[in-house]
Design a binder for this molecule. Sequence first.
Ligand code: NAP
Ligand code: GLV
Length: 308
Amino acid sequence: MSIVLVSTARAPEKWASTLKGKNKSLDIQIYPDVQRPEDIEFAISWKHPEGLYQSYPNLKVIASMGAGVNHILKDENLPEGVKVTRIVDDQLTKDMSHFVLLQCLAVSRNLFTHLQDQESKTWKVKSYQTPEKTSVGIMGYGVLGQAAGNVLKANGFDVKGYANSSKIVDGVKVFGAEEQDEFLENTQVLVCLLPVTSETKGVLNLEVFKKLKPDGYLVNVARGEHVVEADLISAIDQGVIKGASLDVFQEEPLPESHPFWSHPRIQITPHVASMTDPESVANQLLENYKRMKNGDSLLNEVDVNRGY
Ligand code: NAP
Ligand code: GLV
């Protein structure tokens, strides 16, 4: 019985040594150096090659190295009946909240405009917005959305949420999918923390940007597939919204020729809003490995039909 680590982008050796440090007897194989595919029952995965999991006949669980699972579910050749889990981790959640707070403060204090003025040695005083006057709408009010909402609220921001179903969470009004217009009309800074599903792909489009309050701004920390790229560029160029901070892209690394790189109103970070620390998540992965062996229900299992 063994575990396979599949990731070319996230150093698998570090994950292997962390897991081994917790349990020396684990049998871990690192893709592509897999000697006994028939032994593999549990995969720990980040952006695997499409169709790979068909080659492990006894695979039972694919555990995402991150909170998102779209990189697993987009594979049309996943073995029938395999379970998929994701990471829910306090450190990852806290790091995301801090990143979202950083972006919202930067927008309300005109930081990106001042950094641009510095390039041309321009001394231009511009009045800023207080957090209380800055309405932030978080699309996707799940684990990460709620944590970011609470941190923003604690810093004075006017926070609203948007999810599949309407609810009140820690005093924050969360609009349901059928109330999207009302949510957008009450939002200046739109933060995307949705999972990628057939319903959410392309959700960040021109029609949506047009509904935001004046001086709208996009912070996308979810996935590149949520954005209609051409719409975003025209929305900014036409003054529909002020700009965007993008941490995630349809193609990563973002190709050198991509127009986002040189757009003066687009801020780019290389998918670093929140990065899984193997040390912090090893216990939940090993707990799920144990549960799988005992036939128990898994922690943080996703609904593969729903997509999150
Ligand atoms: P989660 O707990 O599963 O939350 C998902 C939220 O989205 C829920 O509130 C859900 O609504 C809502 N939702 C799903 N489909 C919807 C739809 N069609 N319309 C409206 N709302 C919808 O996910 P999470 O842990 O917060 O993570 C969110 C995403 O963040 C991940 O999928 C990943 O892509 C991204 N992420 C990015 C980074 C980074 O470094 N940039 C790091 C970690 C994660 P209900 O509450 O009504 O179900
Ligand atoms: C990162 O993008 C994650 O899904 O954890």
